[in-house]
Design a protein around this ligand. Structure first.
Ligand code: NAD
Ligand code: TYD
Length: 372
């Protein structure tokens, strides 16, 4: 990719920070990344401290809100942005049940503001308008929107979500993401803005905020605390290692067709109960419970605790990712066992990061999951 600058929104969060790291470290991209992030409880600039040091002025962090259309437009103009990739969102289903307002604000209004800024910036583009002496100096804009498989609702025992599956969101989170997807598509059909969308299944990996199942279970287990399993624990999610997701997004940004949606999944359907059992088994290898004073003679699996179910809890998600495989040659590369091992090892190897999200401004956001 020869373009000069990518605007990444929400790049201080879990997937966004992994994506920025991926682009710098694993692709041939030689330009600049501007990371616009509001730094909500889920945003942690420390996720990219090393990237800032290593890549100097090729990495620019800007604290800001995607709802601030004027500031976003100014940023696009200042850095002559050629690609926008929107990760910025409120992302936790439980939290959307407690308080949907922030989800409506960022996921719907924020995506709208970002689209409007992109459209105005794109209309300025000399390559499109042909009326500037600097014609050709700014590459045409592309806008990629990162979304979720949760927009499709819940599956029965069989079948998978395809790009043509009708939307049927059930939680305030998934409804707000569905709404944002519709807006992105509307900007393609109405204004011709060159957009792409990806709908991805559950991610896991380093830098995941410990409100979500996998990092919460790992850290609770290591600390000898209960590992909460909602309801009967037989709900199914299709897990994808975060680096595979980042590679998929990059593929779409490089070769995806404007107006097109791509489903991204891990080919890894797992019941929640099996996920937490897998975490417990994996930890026995990495940090045997017998050597962990917090366990006081118990096994990790003894900590698994069934708790009240989440209201509207979707039963099963599974992704058919044949389109991105066929058209762009992407497929997941990390199997669940090794992905889980890498993830648990990362949390054990990074006590400073863990401490940083468990203290200070992050602390009050923990322990607010639905069951507690
Ligand atoms: P996250 O909660 O870890 O990070 C979200 C980031 O967005 C944070 O850094 C936060 O500070 C920032 N942000 C929030 N509101 C903002 C605003 N108004 N302006 C600017 N920045 C703002 O989320 P994540 O898990 O990294 O998810 C990233 C995207 O991927 C989201 O759009 C989410 O819907 C989607 N997604 C996530 C998963 C998953 O399993 N985590 C799966 C599929 C899709
Ligand atoms: P989560 O990580 O919150 O992601 P999402 O709701 O976006 O799928 O939850 C993954 C699954 O794990 C979901 O079925 C809810 C369940 N879950 C628990 O059983 N216990 C928990 O403490 C959490 C956070 C989630």
């Amino acid at each position: 990719m020869t373009m000069k600058a990518i605007l990444v929104t929400g790049g201080a969060g879990f997937i966004g920070s992994n994506f920025i790291r991926h682009v710098f470290e694993k692709t041939r991209f030689a330009g600049k990344i501007v990371n616009l992030d509001k730094l909500t409880y889920a945003g942690n600039p420390g996720n990219l401290a090393d990237i800032g040091e290593k890549y100097g002025n090729r990495y620019v962090f800007v604290k800001g809100d995607i709802c601030d259309q004027r500031a976003v437009l100014a940023l696009m103009r200042k850095h002559r942005v050629a690609r926008v990739v929107n990760f910025a969102a409120e992302s936790h289903v439980d939290r959307s049940i407690f308080g949907p307002k922030d989800f409506i604000e960022t996921n719907i209004h924020g995506t709208f503001s970002l689209l409007e800024a992109a459209r105005r910036y794109w209309l300025d583009d000399p390559e499109r308008s042909g009326n500037s002496p600097s014609r050709g100096s700014r590459p045409a804009l592309r806008f990629h929107h990162v979304s979720t498989d949760e927009v499709y609702g819940s599956l029965g025992k069989t079948g998978k979500f395809r790009e043509t599956t009708p939307y049927d969101p059930r939680s305030p989170y998934s409804a707000s993401k569905a709404s944002s997807d519709h807006l992105v598509r509307a900007y393609y059909h109405t204004y011709g803005l060159p957009v792409t969308i990806s709908n991805c299944s559950n991610n896991y990996g380093p830098y995941h905020f410990p409100e979500k199942l996998i990092p919460l279970a790992i850290l609770n287990a290591v600390e000898g605390k209960p590992i909460p399993v909602y309801g009967d624990g037989l709900q199914v999610r299709d897990w994808l290692y975060v680096e595979d997701h980042c590679a998929a997004i990059w593929c779409i940004m490089e070769g995806g067709r404007p107006g097109r949606t791509y489903n991204v999944g891990g080919n890894c359907e797992m019941k929640n109960l099996d996920v937490v059992r897998g975490i417990c088994a994996g930890l026995e290898n990495l940090f045997p419970a017998a050597e962990n004073p917090a366990l006081r003679g118990r096994k990790y699996a003894d900590l698994i605790t069934f708790v009240k179910d989440r209201p509207g809890h979707d039963r099963r998600y599974a992704i058919d990712f044949s389109r991105i495989k066929r058209e762009l040659g992407w497929r997941p590369s990390v199997d669940f066992k090794s992905g889980l091992h890498k993830t648990a090892a990362w949390y054990l190897d990074n006590p400073k990061w863990v401490k940083s999200v468990k203290t200070g401004r992050y602390r009050r956001w923990l322990g607010k999951n639905y069951s507690r």
